[in-house]
Structure formats: structure tokens, C-alpha cells
Design a protein around this ligand. Sequence first.
Ligand code: GLN
Length: 483
Amino acid sequence: MSSLHSLDIQSLLAGYQKNDFSVQEVAKSCLEAISKKNPQLNALLEVSKDRVLARAAELDQKKSDAQRLKLFGVPIAIKDNILVKDWQCTAGSKILQGYRSPYTATTVARLEAEGAVVLGKANCDEFAMGSSNESSAFGPCRNPWDLERVPGGSSGGSAAAVAGSLCPAALGSDTGGSIRQPASLCGLVGIKPSYGRVSRFGAIAYASSLDQVGPLGKTVWDSARVLEVISGWDRFDATTSKAPVPSYSDALKESTLKGLKFGFCKSWLEGVDPAVQKAFENSMQLLKQAGAEIVEIDLPYTKYSLSVYYLIAPSEASSNLARYDGVHYGFRAPEFKDSETLYNRSRGQGFGKEVKLRIMLGTYALSAGYYDAFYLKATQVRKMIQQDFSNAFKKCDAVLTPTSPSTAFKLGEKSDDPLKMYLSDVFTLPVNLAGLPAVSIPCGLDDLRLPIGLQIIGRPFDELRLLQMARVHESLFGVLKHP
Ligand code: GLN
């Protein structure tokens, strides 16, 4: 039973039904894989063996629940910017080192109510700002496909934990691409839900009008199952929608592309890696063979997404991160003489370089005299980008793009050049600005055998159809064999 840690969710659930193994056996297998592989990967920042085994034993006591619960005995890693009571929550920052969560995020509470086992807290870029996991205060995380390369970010630890088969699924958060880009670089299925589909209660805020929590898994079915468990209205998050949550995983049986139209934008492919381009074109062929029609669309304002995002996200971050003052929680500078030096030194020593850069950018964009020219202008262009997508959806049912313009890059390759790093998210940022759902699915390997991802963007709250489309692609392309 040594390979239980590499089973996907669907196989785990089937195994429990047949009594092939116990939750404790699965948990032990994951913990063994962690002690073997995590020192190299640095995917998980905290693993509590005792808590995991106690939870597994508790579930084994209630075997009959295996029939009823949607994620019975499924170990899941949680990005370290999502709260789990009594576990650490650092958001990858020194300023929250040692902070223990006083309560559990709604998403995690829902996973646990359906029988999931919280396995550990996953490494991430500091406050989810980054695309490589290199801005984490607790060291970079490595890509299981090639240890010299980044797993992507900011949910790099979540992606590496799943791709490295430490566990079958993980939660990440996505503000501008942080679930989809690491999913792409690690050969996984990652879903960024529509804004308001999933509760943000207990998720540490980066840019509140863009943040969403979502799953990373090895298959469309697995990610769909986790999504249906965490979705839905939450009285603790006023931005959640009351729209009913369908059973996404069950609906995958009815997946078809007959009569569906996919839009794509030719100009978006300029400057993209040739291998990524080739895989993207191959995916379009697969979808056509399955009965879909491909139409060319124009999204004229999306070219401003990067500029708009890097005004709106840092502005919201500068406000959200004002609470880390050395008084309320986490790190406090050891020496200070009054409250002002306490704040300044705690923030100065507690935040990393990228976070400081964003706070300064955001504070500047919001300041009197610059607000109209920068922040306000950005919110206006954001509306035009939203309008671009509404117009596109009159012509097609979903939009196709590569998830990332390149495959996994080497550690250090982009860390000195913020703009180069920011460009990793050109295809994912517009989706958050427009509040749409999108999924990244594996669609190829480059010459170095590094995974390539395809992004499918859906209409607001059309996750069901989006996942059915992804499932058809998966049935034609197949599931990658993970390292
Ligand atoms: N890479 C983008 C950023 O640095 C997106 C991050 C995210 O989605 N959390 O802001």
C-alpha cells in the first residue's frame, strides 16, 4: 500500500467504498511521502502528524460515512494564506511567523464537513504576490517535474504538493492567476471560480475585489468535486452568490461539445513559446474533432490588463496590509521607542521586498492628486475589459488561451526583473479583472518534458459547462503521468 499517496480522489473514494484500505493507511502513506520528498520540494510549511493521524482515526471510526460524504478520507493541502483553526497561517510572510489561526476558513470547514483531512499548510509567495513562489519568506518551493525550476505561484506549494504526489488535491487562491499558472507549470487541473462563487471568509486578503479560493487536482473530476464542496453562499462573506451549486463532478458524465463555440484571439499568441503555441493549436484541433466550432474574437481592451491589474491589486493590497502593524498579531520588531518606531520597524523588518514594492505602488496610486489619474482610471478600464468579455460571449460559449506564455522557468531566472515575472500572468489577469471562472488543464509537454496548460474561460457562474468542456478535452488528451 505504499503508493496510496499518489491515488487521485476518485480512486481513493472507490477504494474506501470497497474497504480496500483505511483512512489511516492513506494518511500514513501521505505522511511518508512528505518526509521523503518535502525536504527537497519545500511544498508544505507545516504538517502536524498527530493532528492528521487523529483525524484519520476519527474517520475510520465512522466507516459508514464513506458512502455519504463527498470527500471522505481525502487528504488535502491548504495554501498557507487560508486559515485552519490552531494551524499556523503565515501567508508566506515573516510578519505572520508564529501566528496560529483562531478560526477555520469557510472553504476548509466545508471540506472537513465532507470528510476531508487537512494534511498541511502549503508554501506560497508572500501574501500571494508572485508567480514563482520565490517571494516566500520560508524559501522557494521546487517543481516536482524539474527541481531546478519553479512550480509557479503564488500557490506554488499547493501545486508542488499535488504534482509531487504528497496528496491528491490542494486549495489555492487566485487573484491574478495564482491557481491556474502553477497548475499549468505543474501539469494539473486548477480552477479559478467566478468572483462570488466561493467564500473568502478566513482567506487572508490580498486584493479583495479579485481574490478567489479554488482547487488544484490531478483530474477534472477531482477538481470539480472539491469545487462543489467549497462553493456557495456564506453568511460571513457578503460577496458570495446565492446561486445554487450544481454537483459539478456528477455533471461531467454528460460532457459534450456539440454545438458549442470556442473563441480565440490570434493576437494573444504573439510572443508565446513555440512549444506552447503548438500545444495550444493541437488543443483547438482536438476540440474541433469533438464537435466544437472555433471562432476568432477580438478583446481590444485586454491588452491593458497588466497595467490595470498592477494598479488595482497593489492599491487594494496597500489597504489590506495596513493591519500588520506589529501590534495585533505576528511579528514585532524587538527594539522600538514609541508606537511610531514600533509600526515602522515591525513593517520594515517583517515584510519582504516584493510586498513593500506593492504597498508603495498602491499607496502612491491611491494618494490625493494621483487617485484620478491612476486608481480611478484603472477601474474605468477594468469595466471596458469586462465589456470586452460580455461582447465575446455573444459570439462564443468560452474563450481559449494558453494559461501561461512559457513552461516552468528556472529558479532565479526572473526574480530580479519584476516586469518579466508579471508577464507570466498576461493570460490569467484579465479573467480576475472580469470576475469570470476559468480552468487550466494540461495540454502538452515541451521538449524538456515540462507541462503546458490550456486555459478555458467561461461565462459568469457557468462553471458547470466550463468543467464539462475541460472534461471532453481531458478525455481526448489524457491525464499526465506525474513524476
Ligand atoms: N502573480 C500575480 C501577482 O503577483 C497574481 C498573484 C495571485 O493570483 N495571487 O499579483
